[in-house]
Design a protein around this ligand. Structure first.
Ligand code: MGD
Ligand code: MGD
Ligand code: SF4
Ligand code: MO
Length: 693
């Protein structure tokens, strides 16, 4: 019998792409994780984990975990593999790469990764060091929030946000195109508490989401018309003189031009664009301008449209115009990730490497693999921390590219994902319980250390260990390609701390001992921008942004319908606008192979309004085909008025291999890029839906 004292308690951090970055505890006995739960001492994530990560040991001990390297023996995608040793795998990969480099240059090698983990070591360092040294193609990491990031930085200068608990000071919270009940769950108890104190909560989302259900008001604009809605609000605010002129005069650039721009968006016009009533637009504007403090909380979902950049610019302008920036309980809550930007030199050592030969936009992976590249063709793809066949737009084209006989694909994964299925070599990866990492959050202002709690299963290796082996195999002898995990983290932390005041007093030793460490804020920095300093070129809020103009972008926010929508003018009788946001029980495609969570999420589905269903002879539960010129998939129809007529919703995440037709919603999503920063446009997706035969 074992006693309590045989149990060790190991501190960790949830690594998934979620703003909460929960602090975790793993109880380990005899090298085995026996319990996994939230660290109740974390001030924001408190004592609970979300539904997705609560059963994490099911994922860690899943019998389907990959535990040794395999090499393809049948045709691509046939699922025929043979076991090989790590030595043989590294040798084959590096031999192939040396040949490709000799023949085509290193630009022919494309590393592809995104957000399987958000760790500093296992993601950021592994994204950069080896590939920089090699001179491989770079990846434009624009699948998620590139337009929002660029718009926020252009307007305010930095991605800074208040402490989430400041919502308790808000009297109004606008949750705009964001579904925190699923995607940022630890914000919800705080919002609920604020609501109990009388805070008015408005959700702006075409879909009646879990978050919208508990709001005081739910406003449902037509998709991708939020830029017009925001400009319409500005029209009302300026014409009723509800703007904060002294603040704008002192702290902003271009408010009069923004005022003139807003004049083009009277409520009558905006009502027509958004399908909202004029009264709704006017009431929303008046309430936003007169209820203070007012917090605008948003995330990335809203900007995955053709006009996502301009839309996000308009959103960023709103809090400034009503004088809510630098006010406790007010302002913009988008992301806290700008407080710590890890020193790029220490992370990637790029200055010691050849220049990056070209950058491939990750949203156009299929196009790139099938020939759309400048310079040499892509001859090798190395995928880790990503599952592009499931999660990247226009997935049918990606599969086509991955089937190329002359493409050498390596996938480093925990599971045999839809992407790994098309690899030539699959390498087994560790889970968060089996490796070390350091995490910053994008939804709060704490850092977290993740200790390894248990040994890796079988021969699984961490990303960093694989990078080190690959570097050796390539014959690269730079010491920064062989450092220990701890030395990498210490080096980056120490270098970044020299010019980042928020890291004052934050050492690796402290992180290792305490697990969760708050970022440091002086009283003037505590509320974002309260000191009146904006790290923009002008030092002010740039409502008119000349830097954007220099890049050929409209310097003032504006509204244009996404191209995909403009091309379908035949109204709602035939086509639907399909949004594919977050699933409640998965994080992108991660966890979407976990039996208990698949059971809770149910069959992959598409929500359709009763009127649209009736017009197509579709009844609740029918198998339907969702299709357009890019591709199709089969889903189960959920007939519901949670979506308005003309709009359909099919959450992202389900794996193609779990469906009879071997495809998911990303067979239909566009790989068109948005107006800013090469952003993905998943939600500007026009489809037709019919009953499956
Ligand atoms: N449970 C869960 N949590 C997650 C994730 C997950 O997959 N599952 N993914 C993580 C990741 S990668 C990210 S980036 C974040 C994203 O976090 P969120 O942005 O909160 O999530 P999304 O579901 O992508 O989009 C939010 C909402 O935008 C709405 N929306 C779409 N188009 C429009 C529009 O034109 N106008 C308006 N007003 N609303 C619109 C959708 O209906 C959706 O409800 O969540 C993270 N957290
Ligand atoms: N239709 C539609 N699709 C979308 C979106 C949408 O709104 N609509 N949203 C997009 C967004 S916001 C995002 S961020 C992307 C995310 O897209 P991806 O970054 O591709 O995320 P996942 O699909 O979760 O795949 C991550 C993979 O990494 C693996 N992994 C986890 N940890 C490790 C590790 O330590 N090492 C290695 N080697 N592998 C690991 C996991 O097992 C998982 O298979 O999806 C996008 N896809
Ligand atoms: S997915 Fe988000 S809410 Fe869930 S445990 Fe991880 S960080 Fe916490
Ligand atoms: Mo994302």
């Amino acid at each position: 019998m074992t006693t309590q004292t045989d149990i060790t308690y190991v501190r960790g951090a949830c690594p998934h792409d979620c703003p909460d970055t929960c602090a975790t505890i793993t109880e380990v006995q005899d090298g085995h994780a026996i319990r996994f739960y939230a660290d109740k001492e974390h001030p924001i994530t408190k004592g609970w984990l979300c539904a997705k990560v609560r059963p994490y040991l099911e994922r860690v001990y899943d019998p389907h975990r990959l535990t040794y390297p395999v090499r393809r023996v049948g045709p691509k995608g046939s699922g025929q593999w043979e076991r090989i040793s790590w030595d043989a795998a590294i040798d084959e990969i590096t031999t192939r790469w040396k040949r490709i480099i000799a023949e085509h240059s290193a630009a022919a090698i494309l590393p592809y990764s995104y957000s399987g983990t958000l760790g500093l070591l296992q993601l950021a360092v592994c994204n950069t060091r080896l590939w920089n040294r090699m001179g491989a193609s770079g990846l434009e990491r624009a699948i998620c929030g590139a337009a929002a990031e660029a718009a926020t930085e252009a307007t305010l200068g930095a991605r800074w946000s208040p402490d989430p608990t400041d919502v308790l000071h808000s009297n109004l919270v606008l949750i705009w195109g964001h579904n925190p009940a699923s995607t940022n769950p630890h914000f919800m108890p705080l919002l609920r508490e604020a609501q109990k104190q009388g805070t008015h909560v408005i959700v702006i989302d075409p879909r009646r989401t879990l978050t919208a259900r508990s709001a005081n008001e739910h406003i449902q604009p037509r998709p991708a018309t939020d830029g017009a809605l925001a400009l319409g609000m500005l029209h009302v605010i300026f014409s009723e003189a509800l703007h904060d002129e002294p603040w704008l005069e002192a702290n902003s650039v271009g408010w009069r031009e923004l005022h003139d721009r807003a004049l083009q968006y009277p409520p009558t016009r905006v009502a027509e664009i958004t399908s909202l009533s004029e009264a709704t637009i006017i009431d929303l504007a008046r309430r936003y301008a007169t209820t203070k403090p007012a917090l605008l909380k948003t995330a990335d979902g809203i900007q995955r449209h053709g006009n996502g950049g301009q839309t996000f610019r308009a959103l960023c302008c709103l809090p400034a115009v009503v004088g809510q920036i630098g006010v406790r309980g007010g302002g913009l809550f988008y992301s806290t990730s700008g407080y710590v930007k890890w020193n790029a030199g220490a992370v990637g050592h790029a200055t010691e490497c050849p220049p990056i030969p070209r950058i491939v936009n990750m949203n156009r992976l299929g196009a790139a693999l099938t020939g759309e590249v400048q310079g040499p063709p892509i001859m090798s793809l190395f995928v880790f921390c990503a599952n592009p066949v499931t999660s990247t737009p226009n997935a049918g084209l990606i599969v086509k590219g991955m089937q190329r006989e002359d493409l050498f694909t390596v996938v480093h994964e925990l599971f045999m994902t839809d992407t790994a299925q098309y690899a030539d070599i699959v390498l087994p990866a560790t889970s968060q319980l089996e490796h070390v990492d350091l995490h910053k959050a994008y939804g709060h202002r704490y850092l977290q250390y993740n200790h390894a709690a248990i040994p890796a299963p079988g021969e699984a290796k961490s990303n960093w260990d694989v990078m080190r082996l690959l570097a050796q195999g390539m014959g690269y002898d730079e010491p920064w390609l062989q450092e220990s995990a701890e030395d990498v983290l210490r080096g980056i932390l120490d270098t970044t701390r020299t010019n980042n005041p928020h890291l004052q007093g934050v050492t690796l030793e402290r992180l290792q001992a305490e697990g969760t460490v708050p970022l440091f804020f002086s009283p003037e920095q505590e509320i974002p921008f309260a000191d009146g300093h904006f790290p923009t070129p002008s030092g002010k809020v740039e409502l008119r942004c000349d830097a954007l103009a220099q890049n050929g972008f409209d310097p003032l926010p504006s509204y244009t319908s996404p191209l995909e929508f403009q091309q379908h003018t035949n109204g709602y009788n035939d086509t639907l606008m399909l949004i594919s946001g977050a699933s409640h029980h998965f994080v992108s495609s991660s966890m979407a192979n976990q039996p208990s969570l698949m059971a809770r999420e149910g069959q992959p589905f598409v929500e359709i309004n009763p009127a649209d269903a009736a017009a197509r002879g579709i009844t609740h539960g029918d198998k339907v085909v969702v299709e357009n010129t890019r591709g199709w998939c089969e889903l189960q129809a959920m007939v519901t008025d949670d979506v308005p007529p003309g709009v359909a919703v099919a959450p992202k995440g389900p794996w193609a291999q779990h469906t009879t037709a071997q495809r998911n919603i990303n067979w239909t999503t566009p790989d068109t890029l948005a107006d800013l920063a090469g952003q993905s446009t998943f939600h500007s997706n026009i489809v037709q839906i019919r009953r499956a035969l």
